[in-house]
Design a protein around this ligand. Sequence first.
Ligand SMILES: NC(=O)c1ccc[n+]([C@@H]2O[C@H](COP(=O)([O-])OP(=O)(O)OC[C@H]3O[C@@H](n4cnc5c(N)ncnc54)[C@H](O)[C@@H]3O)[C@@H](O)[C@H]2O)c1
Length: 255
Amino acid sequence: MNRFHHKVCLVTGAASGIGNATAVAFAAEGAKLILADVNEAAGKGIEQQILEMGNEVIFVTCNIARKEDVENLINTAIQTFGSLDCAVNCAGIAGKHSALLHEYPEEDWMHMMQVNLFGTYFCLKAEITQMLNNGGGSIVNVASAAGLVAQPGNSPYATSKFGVVGLTRTAAKEYATHNIRINAICPTAIETPMIMDGRRKLAYDSEALEAAKNFQAMKRMGQPEEVADVILWLCSEQSSFITGHAMPVDGGAFA
Ligand SMILES: NC(=O)c1ccc[n+]([C@@H]2O[C@H](COP(=O)([O-])OP(=O)(O)OC[C@H]3O[C@@H](n4cnc5c(N)ncnc54)[C@H](O)[C@@H]3O)[C@@H](O)[C@H]2O)c1
């Protein structure tokens, strides 16, 4: 398929995991890419990989929690490519702690909101402003299953992801007649550094790994490429009558 030939597509969190797989999938379908991440070294690496695939691509170092970084990102995209057709807001953090709400360190609680919720808001705001200028577009926010059901021990993550779903649904209604579609995806356990090496350390805990697999009806974790396929479909014309969804990507967990 070549659904994104000549399309300008932005991916935040492109240096790792789901964002990385999404960037590569867009490139394979001919997109011009703007990649953003706080991790400059890894971001430059994926930029090089995509250059070698023959695509036009730029990497911009960007902390989505900083409004001025996000504005610079979108300005750079427009100066380089002239428009913005698709945007995938994938950058996010899952936190370091498992703790009850009343014991969760306040500073870390706020930081998670700043990145996952306010960061996604800054991105959406700048992307929508640009898409209104260029006549439309499609946006996918990467929320989480924790944006649909509780995640005990990680209240800031669940709260931020419920917020991303709320932002998605509200913005979808606000811009539905402006040719801008806005959807969210809500993955369960996807095999990326966040889940293998992050808060849940599944790479080092075989019991927790089995539990994470068993949460899905398919009894396995999802792969980042399987999530990227859903994201690209939501960005493509093939989903032209779909907006405002918070779509589980869950191996049957919520069936
Ligand atoms: N892996 C899972 O099981 C899972 C499940 C549900 C939702 N998600 C969501 O998917 C998204 C991607 O996660 P992943 O699993 O690929 O994780 P990951 O850690 O592999 O990748 C996340 C990327 O986001 C970047 N990032 C973090 N904070 C940033 C910031 N402030 N500004 C810019 N970039 C920043 C990181 O540097 C990293 O490259 C996240 O929003 C996460 O919450 C993941």
